[in-house]
Design a protein around this ligand. Structure first.
Ligand code: NAP
Length: 315
């Protein structure tokens, strides 16, 4: 077993993690970023990012993350393409493990982000990537002139349904209640869109498809009305799941205060968590804004909080 000590370890390599790295790097703290086995965060499954200031012509998600990483490395950031699998925040320095390898740090920034929740049905897993998707921005383009469905009733579902009308011939929004959770402005826009139809009080029971040799494709959905119990079939070549996100906080359970969903609770105005010296930035502590720019902003804040925390420690 080897031990490596760092002043600051950053877990996660999305906009929050790399912005924290740029700032702690420039503060001469020589940060180590654990990029995880799938580096780059959620922007790696996004196509064009049009709303990040400074890129008036838009930028591809993976290209943007590459630029973030390069900028972090210029200022002395070390990167490991490994997952942190266990932590102990009850001791000083903090202990972090990647498999059998032990790392220690005086301060930690958690920027592990969140991932899309999926439907818990076998056929949904079987056709994932073959019609079933969790990202309209990434996959909408493949459904030109086809009929698709979206599950969910929040802002994401409405945004995705509206976005999909650019490609699809018809979008059916399937919601388990008869009232949308989404904000009024998005709701009104979707209600007026002639390509969007609503299926209320309904849940997806099964994804239907066909297999021809090694080729699989989705053909429709078995839908159940939760009020009447009636089961019907809907023709759809695509299904976009937009039922919310889940923060990547499994390994911090029992070590840090979290809300009922698992988002890390911040202790005050800044990015401090319930353990002094451990900070959180980006989607892992934000269920509301979830934007690359807000994640980057809190990454910067976490780096400044770390600098101040380290300066406050007895020498
Ligand atoms: P959300 O607000 O949590 O909505 C999730 C939706 O999925 C809800 O309608 C929920 O139904 C439904 N749902 C959850 N689990 C389900 C299941 N197992 N089966 C079927 N339906 C299920 O998530 P979100 O839409 O991703 O939004 C997350 C946050 O980001 C929100 O604060 C939102 O305002 C914000 N956001 C903002 C914008 C924007 O302002 N442009 C865009 C996207 C997201 P119930 O309603 O019955 O609970």
């Amino acid at each position: 077993m080897t031990t490596n000590h760092y002043k600051v370890i950053i877990i996660g390599s999305g906009p929050a993690g790399f912005t924290a790295a740029i700032y702690t790097g420039r503060a001469n703290l020589s940060p180590l970023v654990f990029e995880g086995s799938q580096p780059g965060g959620q922007l790696m499954i996004t196509t064009e990012v049009e709303n990040y200031p400074g890129f008036p012509d838009g930028v591809m998600g993976p290209e943007m993350m590459d630029l973030f990483r390069k900028q972090a490395e210029i200022f002395g950031t070390a990167c490991e393409t490994k997952d942190i699998t266990k932590v102990d925040f009850s001791v000083r320095p903090f202990k972090l493990w990647s498999g059998d390898e032990l790392y220690t740090a005086d301060a930690v920034i958690i920027a592990t982000g969140a991932k899309a929740k999926l439907l818990n049905i076998e056929s949904g897993k079987k056709y994932f990537g073959y019609g079933v998707s969790a990202c309209a921005t990434c996959d909408g383009f493949f459904f030109k002139n086809l009929e698709v469905a979206v599950v969910g009733g929040g802002d994401t579902a409405i945004e995705e349904a509206t976005f999909l009308t650019k490609f699809a011939s018809k979008v059916t929004l399937i919601h388990r209640r008869n009232e949308l959770r989404a904000s009024k402005i998005l709701r009104d826009r979707a209600m007026k869109n002639p390509k969007i139809e609503f299926l209320w009080d309904s849940v997806v029971e099964e994804v239907l498809g066909k297999e021809e040799g090694r080729r699989k494709s989705m053909t429709g959905l078995k839908i159940k009305n939760v009020k009447t119990g009636e089961v019907s079939e809907l023709k759809a070549e695509g299904l976009f799941i937009a039922i919310g996100h889940e923060p990547n906080t499994q390994i911090f359970k029992g070590q840090l205060a979290m809300d009922e969903v698992g988002y890390i609770k911040l202790a005050g105005k800044g990015t401090a968590t319930s353990v002094p010296g451990v900070f959180a930035a980006g989607d892992v502590a934000d269920s509301v804004y979830r934007q690359a720019i807000t994640a980057a902003g809190t990454g910067c804040a976490a780096a400044i909080d770390v600098e101040r925390y380290l300066e406050s420690l007895p020498r």
